[in-house]
Every structure is written in structure tokens, then in C-alpha cells.
Design a protein around this ligand. Structure first.
Ligand code: F6R
Length: 613
């Protein structure tokens, strides 16, 4: 959602903060700000300097005064939750005297109540944010004496909600205090300098040695080291770990956008998801992190997949794979709805949480609800060490590499590949024959090259996108395996191009949506070469008869009487076909968004990690 970065050391903090914020901008991009402690001089004590603006990090950089110097600083890029995007609502927030500065990710649920009490005691509020109460609370406790960390601990004891925070105090410029509860904070260890951020992407340029704080933990960060402790001031020892993501993963690498780069990274991402997990001899998959033995797996009667947005659609493809290969009933459900219907949690159901970021609050809360009621949850997660990964009983990492563009592409594909591995593993301890197992193993191995073949059609897809982008809206249709592909295709188009798109099972057209069909509302149709081919062609005939335009994605050219245009993708095994059918739809959405001049990597109103409800 929002991004936090902090630096303390011998260098000038502001360029480091700005660089970090630029890397975090994908998380939130409606306003940004920094605060530094200006160095002590003979004539003046240490002083806090603040600069914050509505707009992007580039606007902040332009607004920064030339002499904005300080060796300790905190920064924030915001995605508004409390209060509109504005200079005043941008973080950092300060107390009356401007001595304490706070940046915050998350939501303070009792902010109104705290604000009323603080205002009665003389606090002057300058923003509509929940975060500002934290600055006043910390200042109030600091006024009572003691160290900054004690004041932060005391303030947090009064707060209900989620937070990742960094606090700077002009009175103690030798330290920054950070805290985590439900919103990540990671420390970066440098040479006589220290960093902190909400996400390792802001740190990898400077250090690979990181420490992830746990919920309920705080840290005092000084240039020469750090100390971690609990809200009750108990010291905890945290060992640093090494980040293996390359700094280059956070650059566009010569592509026009991160989204295009990430679409093109898919062959490599799939190779990494598969790496070391395929067992050709026994025609199965090895999944070391499930923490379930074969007997426990055999006792599972049902699989329930939970995720939000594209993760939910990837789960729909996953459910289909599990039912087809393992013949275990499987279903995907939006995690955002799940816990509100008081779900029945069954001991013989395996729950699987899907999340690229591993931070999505709705998915995390769904996992916690399942666990509270005694269920067992596996995570299919991209971000190592993320909140969801840590909350789950076991699972699989995608190893897709960092995904920066707001819209998910490579993580989506890797998630479906991970489900194919899980389904294969399940299948082979149930009824899936060795021959069918071998067929799936071979199909999975062929995927990276087949994805490359689809990507080679980029120019053709770009030309089609230019033609279809200006439509009033788009219909996406598919049947059975093709339906989740249609849903994900429509989602991609609407989120980055803002063209309205709806997905329907092709079989449902006659039951309502056929009324929408006209030359202004073209249809993207998934037409795999499978047992439903004839039925799909009949649906296309019905659309054409009503003057609807059709762009088919198929395994062989489709006749003009059924489609105006056709993109042909390589055939995989039928169960794996959805993976390849989805790739042209990513490129179609991307090029439509570019043709319409959209901000492809940072679509309006959206943020990469949705860490609030
Ligand atoms: C769509 C998209 C979102 C995410 C959803 C879940 O392109 O990116 O729909 O899939 O917000 O995010 P994660 O996977 O991080 O839990």
C-alpha cells in the first residue's frame, strides 16, 4: 500500500530516501514526503526539516530545498486511506513543535478517539490522517522524559490497529525507532550505516543483509547497529538473512514499462517455479515445504483456495487443475469475502492461501480465521518471509522474482504453475496414472519455450490492441478451463486500460449478456482445441450473427464466419492450456493501455499491496 524508508549514517540522508521511495513508489503514489534531522551546529541544536507534497516522488524531488541536509531521515510514499491525497495529508506527520516525525503504513482504528483526547490536551492537528495521532502521542510521552523508544512503546500501547512505522526525534538525532504490527518493516545492515524500509526493494541497492521484524516488535536503529525488542521492552535477538533478489530486478531493464518487462520475464519465472521440483522418474512433483506427509495428504477430502483479485482467479485455475489431476473437490473463493460468512472449517479440508506480495490484508485475515478454527493452511506466495508466508503451516514459494508493476502477470503465471505441481503431487498419491503424470511433467517442462513463442507475437497483438482499445467495452468468454482465463483477461484489461470488460462463461451468453452484443462491444473468446471446441464455435456464430466483432485466442486458425481475428497459441496438455491462453491477453491489455495513454505501471486508484481491508 504505502512505502516507508529510513536511513541513518554518515551520508546525506535525502538522496538515499528519494532513491528508496522511487523503488517503493509502486506501492502507493498519490503523495510523498521526507523528514531529516539537520545536523547540530555551534549556534543551533538539531532540528527537524520536513518536505512533503501531493504527487509522485519526482514531484517531491523537485520540491526539495537545495540545502535539505541531515544524516538521519525517514520517507514515505502514500496511497490514501484516511483523507484525500494532499500536501497536508502526506507523511511524515509531526507534533505541535515539529520535533517528532512519523511515517506510517496501516490503519489506526481508534484514531478518532485518540485525536479527541489529544486535541483536548492541546495537540493541533494539521491533517485528516490517522497517522498524525501517533506523532502527538509520541511527543506527549517524550515530554515526560525517557528515551524515544520508551515514548514509542508507550504510544503504541494506546493504539488499536495495524502499523509499520518509523519515528524520528530532533531531540535524539542518533537514532530512528521503527515498529511493526501487521505491516512489514525490514532493517538493512550497512557499513557504519543502517536502513529500514517496508520492503526490501528499497534496500537492495545498499545492502543484502536484512532483518525482518515480527509483529509486536520494535527496533532502535543507529548508524553503528540496531537493537530489537518487544512492546514490553524485552530484548529479542534477530539474526540477519541475505536477500537473493538482484538490484536489476527493480529496473525496467530497457523495456518501456515494468509490466512489459514482467510479461517477458515469464519463461524464466516459470523455470524457477519448476526448478528442482519435477521428478521424471516417478512422474510426480517434489514439494519440500508442504510440511505434510503422504498419509496426511491422502486424508484430505477437499481443497479450498483463498486469494484476492488475480490471485483468486489463479486459484480458480488451480482448483480446476486439482480436480482434474487429483480428483479432489477444489474451489477458489475471494479471501476478502471468506471470513465474513463465518465459514465452516473442516479438518479434512486443505486451505491454500495465494498471494504474490504475501501482505494482502484480506488474505492474511482469512488465513488467521482458518487457523483460529483449527484448519491447516498452505501458502502459495512469491515474497519470501512475508506475513502470509509466515502465518501458513507450509507451502510453496513461487520464486518468480520481484513483481513491481501493479498489475500481476508473472506471479499469476507462476502461481498457476505452482498449482499444477501441487495437483500433480496430489494426483500421483491418488489415482493419476504414471503415464498421465509423465504427460503433465513433459507439458510443464515445455511451457517456458511455448511462452516464448507466444511472446514473439507481440507486434501482431499490439496492432490488434490499437484496433480494439477504443471500444466502448469488451466481453471475454471461455468455457470450463477457459472461463478463469476470460476472468483474468477482463481483469487485466480493465485495471490498466480502464476499458470496461466483463467475463462470462460462453455457455451463459444466451441467458442474458447476448443482449449487450453489438459492433461497439467486441468479444475476446478463448477457443482451445478441446472437447468443447464445437460448442465454443457455436457461441461465436451467435455473436457474429448479431454483428459482434470477435477476437479469438485458439490453438488453430478460426474461420472468418466465427471470428474477425485469431491469435494462435501453442497447444499444451489440455489441463495446462489455460496458462498459455492467458499470455496474449496480458499483451492485449498492456498494448491497449499504452494506446490509450494510460499510466501502465501505476493505474489510477490501485496500489500493489493492499495491506488494509
Ligand atoms: C491484479 C492484481 C490484484 C492482486 C490482488 C492480490 O493484477 O494485481 O488483483 O492480484 O490485489 O494481491 P496479492 O497477490 O499480492 O495478494
Amino acid at each position: 500500500m504505502c512505502g516507508i524508508v529510513a536511513y541513518i549514517g554518515p551520508k546525506d540522508a535525502s538522496p538515499i530516501l528519494l532513491e528508496g521511495l522511487q523503488r517503493l513508489e509502486y506501492r502507493g503514489y498519490d503523495s510523498a514526503g521526507v523528514a531529516v534531522v539537520a545536523p547540530v551546529t555551534k549556534s543551533a541544536p538539531a532540528k527537524l526539516r520536513l518536505c512533503k507534497v501531493k504527487g509522485r516522488v519526482a514531484d517531491l524531488a523537485a520540491a526539495l530545498p537545495a540545502r535539505f541536509k541531515g544524516g538521519a531521515g525517514i520517507g514515505h510514499t502514500r496511497w490514501a486511506t484516511h483523507g484525500v491525497p494532499s500536501d497536508a495529508n502526506a507523511h511524515p506527520h509531526t507534533d505541535n513543535e515539529g520535533r517528532i516525525a512519523v511515517v506510517h503504513n496501516g490503519i489506526i482504528e481508534n484514531a478518532d478517539e485518540l485525536r479527541a483526547k489529544l486535541a483536548a490536551d492541546g495537540a493541533v492537528f494539521r491533517s485528516e490522517t490517522d497517522t498524525e495521532v501517533l506523532a502527538h502521542l509520541v511527543a506527549a510521552h517524550r515530554a515526560e522524559g525517557g528515551e524515544l523508544e520508551d515514548a514509542v512503546r508507550a504510544a503504541l500501547k494506546l493504539v488499536v490497529g495495524t502499523y509499520g512505522i518509523a519515528v524520528l526525534d530532533a531531540g535524539q538525532p542518533d537514532r530512528i525507532v521503527v515498529a511493526r504490527n501487521g505491516s512489514p518493516i525490514v532493517l538493512g545492515i550497512g557499513e557504519k550505516e543502517m536502513f529500514a524500509a517496508s520492503d526490501v526493494s528499497a534496500l537492495v541497492r545498499y545492502t543484502r543483509q536484512v532483518v525482518h521484524l515480527e509483529d509486536g516488535e520494535l527496533a532502535t536503529v543507529r548508524a553503528d547497529g540496531f537493537r530489537t525488542f518487544t512492546e514490553d521492552a524485552r530484548t529479542v535477538t534477530r539474526q540477519p538473512s541475505t536477500v537473493d533478489w538482484e538490484v536489476g530486478s527493480y529496473d525496467t531493464g530497457g523495456y518501456a514499462h515494468y509490466l512489459l518487462k514482467e510479461i517477458h520475464e515469464q519463461p524464466g519465472a516459470v523455470e524457477r517455479t519448476l526448478s528442482g521440483r519435477l521428478d521424471e522418474r516417478f512422474a510426480t512433483a517434489h514439494l519440500g515445504g508442504l510440511n505434510l506427509d503422504a498419509r496426511e495428504l491422502r486424508e484430505i477430502r477437499r481443497v479450498k483456495i483463498l486469494g484476492c483479485g488475480s490471485a483468486y482467479y489463479a486459484g480458480e485455475m488451480g482448483a480446476q487443475l486439482i480436480e482434474e489431476l487429483a480428483r479432489i473437490p477444489a474451489h477458489s473463493e475471494p479471501a476478502s469475502e471468506f471470513r465474513y460468512r463465518n465459514p465452516v472449517i473442516e479438518a479434512d479440508t486443505l486451505y491454500v492461501a495465494v498471494s504474490q506480495s504475501g501482505e494482502t490484508y484480506d488474505t492474511l485475515a482469512a488465513v488467521q480465521e482458518v487457523k483460529r478454527k483449527g484448519g491447516r493452511v498452505l501458502g502459495v506466495v512469491n515474497t519470501v518471509g512475508s506475513a502470509i508466508a509466515r502465518e501458513c503451516d507450509g507451502g510453496m514459494y513461487l520464486h518468480a522474482g520481484p513483481e513491481v508493476s501493479v498489475a500481476s502477470t508473472k506471479a499469476f503465471t507462476s502461481t498457476v504453475v505452482a498449482f499444477a505441481l501441487l495437483a500433480l503431487h496430489f494426483g500421483r498419491i491418488h489415482d493419476l496414472s504414471p503415464a498421465d503424470g509423465r504427460r503433465i511433467v513433459a507439458g510443464l517442462k515445455a511451457l517456458p519455450d511455448q511462452i516464448r513463442q507466444v511472446l514473439e507475437q507481440q507486434q501482431e497483438i499490439e496492432a490488434l490492441a490499437a484496433e480494439y482499445a477504443h471500444s466502448q467495452g469488451m466481453m471475454y468468454i471461455g468455457r470450463v478451463r477457459g472461463y478463469p482465463v476470460a476472468r483474468e483477461g477482463a481483469q487485466k484489461l480493465k485495471e490498466i486500460s480502464y476499458v470496461h470488460a466483463e467475463a462470462y462463461p460462453a455457455s451463459e451468453l444466451k441467458h442474458g449478456p447476448l443482449a449487450l452484443i453489438s459492433p461497439e462491444l467486441p468479444t475476446v473468446a478463448l477457443v482451445p482445441d478441446d472437447e468443447l471446441l464445437d460448442k465454443n464455435l457455436t457461441a461465436l456464430g451467435e455473436i457474429k450473427a448479431r454483428e459482434g466483432r470477435v477476437l479469438a485466442v485458439a490453438h488453430r486458425p478460426i474461420e472468418a464466419k466465427h471470428a474477425d481475428h485469431c491469435l494462435v497459441v501453442p497447444k499444451s496438455e489440455p489441463e495446462l492450456d489455460p496458462l498459455l491462453l492467458n499470455i496474449p491477453l496480458q499483451l492485449l491489455a498492456y498494448h491497449a493501455a499504452v494506446a490509450l495513454g494510460r499510466d501502465v505501471d501505476k493505474p489510477r486508484n490501485l496500489a500493489k499491496s493492499v495491506t488494509v481491508e
